[in-house]
Design a protein around this ligand. Structure first.
Ligand code: ASP
Length: 330
């Protein structure tokens, strides 16, 4: 398929041509139909996850290792639930309790994980590029659960699924991402994902938190939040990533909230039915007010978490098809 059209119904290439990748390290470089194929596959798991019995046996007998070298709540739990619901044996490795703390190199850790014959490894690491390094050393598919400020592909996919289910076709939507764009892997993966699917993406931040690389990313940059919000269909808020900041990027959280916090009043600048999103964890009263985050009609924040499990089930399924000998997935 060569068309970049995202209009429904979608036609996908046969078998592994629909997603011909060994790993999921990032969204950059994926074709629109590859992203849409992942989203389509996730839909069946959204349905399963709503049932009282949530078991599928697709990954029966497989071992999935979640190797998290950085803290996580949603992503770790949701990868664990995804693997278990698909029937895999899921093992979580927390860096704080591992030999990493004893000085083991990343490569040695990768070789160790590989020797345990995992069928998929999910990795989160504080350094951009660390996940690629491990992927180069192991025999099984690797899924990036967030590497430094680089990428967080399953977050972008779950965000796209949430938007698509609420708003229909993503192509043509105006989507504003506001916050610490500079240090955010969520922003980067979402920019790649949403622009590839044909959305008009706006990013908004104080000048100190807008990276130069945006010039090459097919987005419109704003420093005035009210201007960025005008006519937006979706508003995605980001946390200040203080763990990745060296020095002061904002005068104070209070001033930041005054200029860039999403309040009920400020939201009036967006379209009346604009969807509110946040990848979590939220800093209430800083980048977003509770009144907005907890607005049952407009906020999709809990739905994002729900979609996260389905998307991760789809990713684990698709990436292990080759090793499971699924027909057409050579
Ligand atoms: N949970 C997201 C991440 O891991 C966003 C955040 O931490 O602010 O990047």
């Amino acid at each position: 398929m060569t068309s970049t059209s995202t209009s429904s119904p979608h036609q996908f290439p046969e078998g592994s041509d629909a997603f011909p990748h060994r790993h999921l390290l990032g969204i950059a470089g994926l074709q629109p139909w590859e992203i849409l194929y992942l989203l389509k596959e996730a839909e069946q798991w959204v349905d399963l996850n709503k049932k009282s019995s949530k078991h599928a046996d697709r990954l029966d007998g497989l071992t999935v290792i979640n190797a998290f070298f950085e803290n996580s709540t949603r992503t770790l739990l949701s990868f664990e639930i995804a693997g278990k619901r698909m029937g895999a044996d899921v093992v979580n490795m927390h860096a704080a309790q591992s030999s990493v703390k004893k000085g083991e190199t990343l490569i040695d850790t990768a070789v160790t994980l590989n020797s345990m014959k995992a069928d998929a490894i999910v990795i989160r690491h504080a350094s951009s590029g660390a996940v690629q390094l491990i992927a180069d050393k192991v025999d099984c598919p690797v899924l990036n659960a967030g590497d430094g400020r680089h990428e967080h592909p399953t977050q972008a996919l779950l965000d796209a699924l949430t938007i698509q289910r609420r708003k229909g076709d993503i192509s043509g939507l105006t989507i504003t991402i506001c916050g610490d764009v500079m240090h955010s892997r969520v922003a980067r993966s979402n920019i790649y994902c949403l622009t590839t699917l044909g959305a008009k993406v706006r990013v908004c931040a104080p000048p100190s938190l807008l990276p130069d690389a945006l010039d090459r990313m097919n987005v419109e940059s704003f420093t005035n939040f009210d201007d960025a919000l005008a006519g937006s269909d979706v508003v995605m808020m980001l946390r200040l990533q203080s763990e990745r900041m060296s020095g002061d990027f904002i005068p104070s959280p209070r001033e930041y909230h005054y200029l860039y916090g999403l309040t009920k009043e400020r939201l009036k600048n967006a379209k009346p039915d604009a969807l509110i999103m946040h990848p979590g964890p939220m800093n209430r009263g800083v980048e977003i007010d509770s009144e907005v985050a907890d607005d049952l009609e407009r906020s999709a924040i809990t739905e994002q978490v729900e979609m996260g499990v389905a998307v991760r089930m789809a990713c684990l399924d698709i990436l292990t098809r080759k090793s499971r000998g699924v027909e057409g997935w050579s």
